[in-house]
Design a protein around this ligand. Structure first.
Ligand SMILES: *Cc1c(COP(=O)(O)O)cnc(C)c1O
Length: 791
């Protein structure tokens, strides 16, 4: 610490200092690779301790009264205001600061003031703007998006200062693009002020200020309005701010609204009259009670940040050097064929390492060795397993995304109608990525983070072989397809995302269009949102064990650590229930809306809430509706090559297709590969298959046919006259296969090995989607141990 205070550390020493310091100060990211700093909520232990001390030592009253506690709060707020202005080199004679909830609220304050101007306002914004700036256009009389810096310059060059603008103009731009970290010219404020009348500038410094000092020393060159997200600098508290140049404060004179805090006297009854506060700008704009305790925390945050990291200038140098390393590391990644792995969204004028033009954010997409785009969803799944925190998608920067990904407006609309939303699965459409991967470095990032991330890409996304990637690596096809397989086991999952129930050998089981009977007929829904819960978010669901008891006619539900069981009738006949038992409610399952029957029983709700840990209850898919036009249908009816086969199959509550089949031989092969890497073999239950096929007779490993199912079209079960099941394509896997179905714990395997050995066209495949052949519709019977004839 002493070294930091003396300010004499070399860049390498500073890096080593941060590395060590964050082990103590940021325990919540001790094992994580945290690359989502823009929007960070990571705060230091020291800040929390200081905040705690300050909270216990101070009684803060609601400001605006004469009590001691109130006075104390007022003094505190004033001194934090000065501290924040000082941090931005903003002289209080020329600037005022207004506390807001976040940067967006700061932007809205400005937008509302302009909306009240007598002739409305014209709004110009730069294409690199965050969504929160773009949104202001909706209340402007006219607006324009500047597609480049050159267009802004040309607009200013063409201005005639003597000719007054017809109405007020507001030009908004980000100090740093939150998409790729490009920094925009801050001198625009001054140029515009000189070139136009009645023209104001709004600087969105939310991204920029998180790793750079904001310098408002030169009043004439400063923006009129500067929006900040304070939590992006300090991690805590959740506050924003608007810094206003007092020379532009008159814009707020037309503000109509007043609230508690911004008005001196109001008459309501016979006469409608009020006197608004006329003091400082912040008094006129801060409606309602100020977040006093958050402001107390901000006081501690500013001091702690300086103690831990030194000046923001120091942070800026540190992060600029790291960003350069990261950029160089990503650029150097090549496939064996010589092709680039990363396509980085930057232009020549933005040189990493030069903090005037470029901030510590890198946005990119990956290509495989064939030159095809890698889906960001795949990257996210692996990153999540490796405890890497990054952001993918549109990152709230619509203009930047469209420009860098060359997406035309019609393509963005088409992507939207194809289901692409913030955070959606469909991220490559028409052969183009619809979003980016974004890495943001922050004050507590270090060289080791950069190395770790580059090594991660190297491990999973770089193909060192010279040849192009085979469609599916590790697939071996045997010429003949004799009657070598049989059904090893059959499993149903009565409650979606909970444990399976294995059908005893010797029991024949009905298969219908929508799958094995009793499979995924129930689900657990959140009590408030009525969304079906999934193991992905709630791994403890794996430990909830449903069992079917046909003798009693009930479904029994067991949960770990509970002596109780919940029992619900299998019958849907209303006669067997105590009324009222169900409420029909609109539920959401995998994004589909369905009318579910939600159990009304308090004891069921209590039992499941206890077991899962969130307020939830049981719901049932009303049988008989599956094949209605209103029912759900399988999404897995595309074969390799994108050629559609067959028709969409009806579904109950399963994710993608009626039945999932896996092969024991494929699992054996996978487990050999996992063990060869020193990992723990995967239990078949993690794949949540309905049908497990095995070879007969059992063969020694070398003679098995792993992944033969990749090439099968169908299977006939139990001899010549048996039912035929069609294969609809490979099952795309996610990190859910890493949840141990016995302990509920998360592992890295088998997803890590699958991602290395079973990736085809950006999808990690294991198991095959299966459905009863259409002409057999109406049902058929199958059983474990039956032979399987594949073709
Ligand atoms: C994060 C961010 C915002 C939004 O900030 P909030 O505090 O979430 O309202 C706006 N602009 C940029 C450039 C950002 O990075």
């Amino acid at each position: 610490m002493a070294g930091l205070e003396s300010g004499n550390l070399t860049p390498e020493e500073y890096d080593a200092y941060v590395e060590k310091m964050r082990q103590d100060e940021y325990p919540m990211i001790a094992d994580a690779l945290y690359l989502d700093h823009a929007g960070t909520t990571v705060y230091s232990k020291r800040l929390m301790e200081r905040f705690h001390r300050d909270m216990m030592a101070n009684l803060l009253g609601n400001p605006h009264s004469a009590s001691q506690s109130s006075q104390h709060a007022t003094q505190l707020i004033d001194s934090v205001r000065s501290k924040l202005l000082h941090l931005c080199n903003a002289d209080p004679a020329y600037f005022d600061v207004v506390f807001t909830a976040n940067a967006t609220a700061a932007i809205k304050l400005v937008m509302e003031a302009f909306r009240e101007q007598s002739e409305g306002f014209w709004y110009g914004y730069h294409v690199d703007s965050h969504t929160s700036l773009v949104g202001a256009r909706e209340v402007a009389i006219a607006h324009h998006c500047f597609k480049s810096d050159a267009e802004v310059e040309a607009w200013v060059d063409a201005a005639h200062p003597s000719r007054p603008a017809g109405r007020s103009q507001l030009f908004a731009f980000p100090a740093q693009s939150n998409m790729n970290g490009r920094r925009l010219p801050l001198y625009w404020s001054m140029r515009m002020r000189r070139a136009f009348q009645r023209t104001y500038t709004l600087l969105d410094a939310a991204s920029y200020a998180s790793t750079s000092p904001l310098d408002l020393r030169d009043v004439d060159a400063s923006p009129d309005f500067t929006a900040l997200s304070l939590y992006k600098i300090f991690g805590f508290p959740d506050l924003g701010a608007l810094i206003v140049r007092k020379a532009a404060a008159h814009v707020f004179d037309k503000r109509k609204y007043f609230g508690g805090g911004t008005v001196d006297m109001v008459l309501c009854s016979k006469e409608q009259w009020h006197v608004k506060k006329s003091g400082s700008l912040h008094e006129r704009l801060e409606d309602g009670t100020l977040p006093v305790h958050s402001i107390l925390a901000l006081n501690a945050a500013i001091d702690t940040h300086a103690e831990l990291f030194g000046t923001l200038d120091r942070v800026s140098q540190h992060t600029a050097a790291l960003a350069k390393r990261l950029y160089d590391g990503l650029t150097a990644l090549k496939h064996g064929s010589g092709r680039d792995v990363c396509t980085i969204y930057t232009n020549a004028s933005s040189l990493y390492g030069d903090s005037r033009n470029q901030g510590p954010i890198v946005a990119f997409n990956l290509r495989d060795s064939n030159g095809d785009w890698v889906s960001n969803t795949e990257i996210e799944k692996l990153a999540s397993i490796k405890n890497i925190h990054l952001r993918t998608g549109g990152v709230c920067n619509p203009g930047g995304i469209a420009q860098w990904l060359h997406l035309a407006p019609w393509e963005m609309r088409e992507n939207f109608s194809a289901g692409q939303r913030c955070g959606g699965e469909y991220d490559i459409l028409n052969g183009k990525p619809a979003g980016v991967v974004r890495l943001s470095l922050g004050a507590m990032s270090t060289t080791s983070d950069v190395k770790r991330f580059v090594a991660f890409l190297e491990e999973f996304f770089v193909n060192k072989n010279c040849q192009s990637q085979a469609p599916v690596a590790g697939c071996e096809v045997s010429e003949k397809s004799e009657q070598r397989f049989h059904i090893e086991s059959l499993t149903v999952y009565p409650i979606k995302s909970c444990a399976g129930w294995q059908i005893s050998h010797g029991t024949t089981w009905e298969v219908r269009d929508e799958g094995l009977v009793w499979d995924r007929e129930w689900c657990i829904v959140h009590q408030t949102t009525v969304k079906a819960l999934s193991q992905k978010q709630h791994p403890r669901m794996a430990l909830i064990r449903p069992s079917l008891d046909f003798r009693q006619g009930v479904l029994r539900i067991h949960a770990p650590g509970s002596a109780d069981t919940v029992i619900v009738p299998l019958s849907q006949d209303p006669g067997v229930f105590d009324k009222p038992d169900f409420a029909q409610r609109d539920a959401t399952v995998c994004g589909d809306r369905i009318a579910a029957q939600v159990y009304a029983s308090q004891s069921v709700a209590r039992f499941l809430t206890e077991a899962v840990g969130v307020p939830c209850t049981l719901a049932r898919f009303p049988v008989g509706t599956a094949s209605d036009s209103a029912g759900r249908h399988s999404k897995a009816h595309l074969k390799q090559g994108g050629e559609a086969i067959g028709v969409p199959r009806p579904l109950l509550l399963s994710n993608e297709s009626p039945i999932l089949t896996i092969s024991r031989s494929s699992l054996n092969r996978l487990n050999e590969q996992i063990k060869a890497r020193g990992g723990k073999a995967a239990h078949p239950s993690v794949f949540r298959a309905n049908i497990v096929l095995a070879e007969s007779p059992l063969l020694p490993p070398g003679l098995e046919q792993p992944f033969a199912e990749d090439h099968w079209q169908s299977m006939r079960i139990g001899g010549e006259r048996g039912p035929v099941l069609d294969f609809l394509g490979g099952c795309r896997r996610c990190q859910m296969v890493c949840i141990d179905q016995v302990s509920g714990e998360k592992n890295q395997e088998p997803f890590v090995t699958l991602a290395k050995t079973r990736r085809a066209e950006g999808k990690v495949l294991f198991g095959v989607h299966t459905a009863l052949r259409v002409e057999r519709a109406g049902g058929a019977m199958i059983a474990a141990r039956q032979s399987v004839q594949t073709s």
